[in-house]
Design a binder for this molecule. Structure first.
Ligand code: SAM
Length: 241
């Protein structure tokens, strides 16, 4: 049965395309790509030669019917973005909604994702977290979004572009307060780096920073909250004096 596969692609290091992703890219009849030139380069690197179809936010009225037509004629399709998972801060949402509505099988293939890579190596709590992605690029809207996240008690993941990192961290400092954070930069690449500190400490050094980056932000911590472990330690201390 013709199937649509959502295939994550490397976020930097080209060896991070899983064997299963490679198999799928080799097997499908058509690859629907965010940017056909970028995907062509990736596929050529792996010696894969496939028909490509441009499929992004600005051409979905044309591209989605083309995908449906291909499925109807019995073709299987891989959907890819420029890096990481399609749909995650990338095109594909409307396509997947349409496919599900039409009861066409959609299969997710595992692979690289910048937010998860950043989260697990950040040192901030990972058990519960929120992926937020990009904040709005208009100041007022961004501040409003941060206001809604202010009391969220778990780690929050943001994507940001280097030319906006300073303004975004400045707004975060104002709205969220000077919390712990980690800036994870150039993941899986030669200049991969984790900067750990408070928002104001990272702000002091971020002007110079280039490349792709994920902000891993500590959740809201109630300062006066009752900490059972600390209370027990205190009782033990007192009982020993
Ligand atoms: N779909 C991708 C995913 O699953 O991670 C995200 C695509 S989004 C358009 C691009 C953003 O992801 C960048 O602006 C940056 O915040 C983050 N990103 C992508 N690659 C990265 C890398 N190698 N290191 C750090 N952040 C990265």
């Amino acid at each position: 049965r013709p199937t649509v596969y959502l295939v994550p692609t490397p976020i930097g290091n080209l060896t991070e395309l899983t064997p299963r992703a490679l198999d799928i890219l080799n097997q499908v009849d058509l690859v629907a790509a965010e940017d056909t030139r970028n995907t062509r380069k990736l596929l050529t690197h792996y010696g894969i030669h496939k028909s490509l179809l441009a499929c992004h936010e600005h051409n979905q009225k044309v591209a989605i019917p083309q995908v449906l037509e291909a499925i109807e004629s019995g073709k299987s399709i891989a959907v890819v973005s420029d890096a990481g998972y399609p749909l995650v801060s990338d095109p594909g949402q409307h396509l997947v909604e349409t496919l599900i509505q039409k009861e066409i099988p959609v299969v997710s293939i595992s692979g690289p994702n910048a937010a998860l890579d950043a989260l697990v190596a950040s040192g901030l709590p990972c058990y519960h977290y929120m992926f937020y992605g990009f904040l709005d690029n208009k100041h007022n809207k961004r501040v409003q979004e941060l206001e809604t996240l202010k009391a969220f008690p778990y780690t929050i993941l943001f994507y940001e572009a280097p030319h906006r990192i300073q303004t975004t961290l400045t707004d975060m400092l104002t709205v969220l307060g000077d919390r712990k954070m980690v800036l994870a930069r150039e993941l899986t690449k030669v200049h991969e780096e984790y900067l750990r500190g408070t928002i104001s400490e990272i702000l002091d050094v971020c002007e110079e920073l280039k490349g792709e980056m994920v902000i891993v932000m500590d959740g809201y911590q109630e300062e006066d909250s009752f900490d059972l472990d600390k209370a027990v330690d205190r009782v033990i201390d007192l009982s020993q004096t």
